[in-house]
Design a protein. Structure first.
Length: 254
């Protein structure tokens, strides 16, 4: 087993032992069960409401796991001086960062798969249909979480866990407000401010690319090739964040 796999496996084991993980999963399960009763209060079918709530719950659960578990990972390694015993061995800082990302991401995927299984069984029991659109939407949620985990690790590589959590939440919020930034760019009268908004637009991710929940739940069409392009976009953005994390962490004086 190579170094990266060892670090990823250890990270996975550490994360699984975290009590926060089970608290978040418990909350997600309760929300999914409650959503089965919300359909009776909606003009839409119970299966549609369940599908909407289920995918929203998966996205929120992934965000909470990334924030409450991911951001403290590197900070905890530094504060407990565990990182010194790792990087003094013939282990590069790049495998350390990528291994941490892989371990946390696998943990996140396992939990999202569990939630997705409960969600799909619930839809089936409510008489809804499980189609490729639902699978695509869940896959894009997982891709979005890869970006969020990479962002959490990036912020953790140069700041405290508290600030990293705040930055990650702001990153998530800004990513879903990217469309508003585009509108602001068009309406801006000042050329300098317009340029600033354009720079912000291109630096921040557009996380709405990973949200096709509305289209899937209410039967709206998704553009051909959108799914593949969204996966490519997410993969590239995740890779960029990991490269930046490695660069920042490598320049850190430990």
């Amino acid at each position: 087993m190579n170094v990266l796999s060892v670090i990823a496996l250890n990270t996975f084991k550490e994360t699984i032992r975290n009590k926060v993980l089970y608290n978040i999963l418990l909350i997600a399960g309760v929300v999914l069960l409650l959503s089965m009763t919300f359909g009776e209060l909606s003009v839409f079918s119970r299966s549609q409401v369940m599908a909407d709530f289920g995918m929203a719950t998966m996205s929120l659960t992934g965000l909470l796991l990334a924030v409450f578990i991911g951001v403290g990972m590197i900070g905890m390694e530094i504060s407990t001086k565990t990182v010194y015993g790792v990087i003094t061995k013939p282990i590069g800082r790049a495998p350390f960062i990528i291994g941490k990302f892989a371990g946390l991401f696998v943990t996140l995927m396992v939990n999202l798969i569990i939630i997705a299984a409960i969600f799909m069984v619930s839809i089936h029991l409510l008489g809804g249909e499980l189609n490729w659109g639902v699978i695509s939407a869940i896959t894009l949620i997982m891709m979005e979480m890869a970006v969020i985990v990479a962002a959490a690790i990036f912020f953790s590589s140069f700041t405290t866990p508290t600030l990293a959590a705040i930055f990650t939440l702001a990153f998530y919020a800004a990513g879903h407000l990217n469309t508003a930034i585009t509108m602001g760019t068009r309406q801006a009268q000042n050329a300098i401010w317009q340029t600033v908004l354009q720079i912000i637009y291109y630096i921040l991710p557009n996380l709405d690319h990973f949200n096709i929940r509305t289209q899937v739940v209410y039967g709206q069409p998704v553009a051909e090739g959108f799914f593949a392009l969204a996966l490519l976009y997410g993969t590239l953005y995740t890779a960029i964040l990991l490269v930046l994390s490695v660069w920042v962490f490598s320049s850190k004086d430990l």
